[in-house]
Design a protein around this ligand. Structure first.
Ligand code: ADE
Ligand code: ZN
Length: 342
């Protein structure tokens, strides 16, 4: 008999893992949001943290995005971004996280008069401290908001170039349907020519065609969400054959009503097809689940086996942008912990 699901969830928590799909603004818990809003004299649309949490019940992606952008108004100073990032790190340090590749949305702050420097400096300083205090390594991924113009994306890219040593890659998020990747072909080309790697949210709510475009036009190294790939067997074959990693976010994909239940999230299907599938948390403060809770949800929902859980943890390391030597060290540690817990 295999291990009980409680044991498997505990093992999943212990195993070294990377988080590859995490919006730092999506880690803003209501308590910190209220604290910062009060300090910065920003008015929130809720009377209490309980009321905020009750409002986190979304009909679709846009419904979530409206609430997410509104809450960000409480983030104003460099220290606010430091505190936000450090609060996230403190939580996941207890969940076996060894490496994080973290999205941030500068355009959502620039539009409120908060500078690129304020945002990136606060996040970066916290990530440096995280390395020293908890041994957690990280890369930053700057996302373009795809519901804004290509010109606006190009402007923010010029800002990002000034902080190139701090930013590993560019990504693309926000409202997907109606904002296809081809809108940003030139922006991504400029970014890649400047040495940024590229990822993109694709096939979260839009058809498989958006994933083809993200691969062929934006030349992304990883697909964020990617659920709609299953509409197109040729695309699935390519993603598996070329080992293009997919960052699935089980709890959020149910939270925006793409899937009805966790049982419907195609994690086992991806693994069975040889796809480099990974488990991630997206916006944990809003969808109520950090990395360990996302693993626990799929372990319960899909009745995952131990070998599948181990594969997911190893995939998260393999799919990261870490140098091969560091990937090797983490994978060896996964094997060591498996032996110690067998
Ligand atoms: N921004 C934050 N979370 C997002 C998601 N899941 N999809 C698109 N944009 C986002
Ligand atoms: Zn996302």
């Amino acid at each position: 008999m295999g291990p009980k699901s409680t044991d498997l969830k505990e093992l999943a928590r212990l195993l070294p893992k990377a988080e590859l799909h995490l919006h730092i603004e999506g880690t803003l818990e209501p308590e910190l949001m209220f604290e910062l809003a009060q300090k910065n004299r920003v008015k929130l649309p809720y009377k209490s943290t309980e009321e905020a949490r009750r409002a986190y019940n979304f009909s679709d992606l846009q419904d979530f995005l409206n609430i997410y952008y509104n809450a960000m108004k409480s983030l104003v100073t460099e220290t606010d971004f430091y505190d936000l990032t450090m609060a996230y790190i403190r939580r996941v340090a207890l969940q076996g996280l060894v490496h994080a590749e973290i999205f941030f949305d500068p355009q959502a702050h620039l539009s409120r008069g908060v500078s690129f420097k304020t945002v990136v400096s606060g996040i970066h300083r916290a990530l440096e401290d995280a390395k020293g205090r908890y041994g957690i390594s990280s890369y930053l991924i700057m996302c373009f908001l795809r519901d804004q113009s290509a010109e606006s994306a190009m402007d923010v890219l010029q800002e990002a170039k000034k902080y190139k040593p701090w930013i590993k890659a560019v990504g693309m998020d926000s409202k997907e349907l109606g904002n296809p990747p081809h809108k940003f072909t030139t922006v991504f080309e400029d970014a890649r020519n400047s040495g940024f790697l590229a990822v993109a949210h694709a096939g979260e709510e839009a058809p498989a065609e958006y994933i083809w475009e993200a691969l062929d036009l934006l030349k992304i190294s990883r697909i964020d969400h990617g659920y709609h790939m299953f509409e197109d067997p040729k695309l699935v074959e390519r993603v598996a054959k070329e080992r293009i990693p997919v960052t699935a976010c089980p709890i959020s994909s149910v939270g925006v009503n793409y899937f009805k239940r966790i049982e419907d999230v195609p994690i086992r299907k991806m693994l069975d097809l040889g796809i480099v599938a990974t488990i991630n948390s997206d916006d944990p403060a809003y969808f109520k689940g950090y990395l360990a809770e996302n693993y626990a949800a799929v372990i319960d929902g899909l009745q995952l086996r131990k070998d599948e859980v181990v594969k997911l943890a190893k995939n998260s390391i393999e799919a990261s942008f870490l140098p091969n030597a560091e990937k090797g060290t983490h994978i060896k540690m996964v094997d060591k912990i498996l032996i110690e817990n067998s």
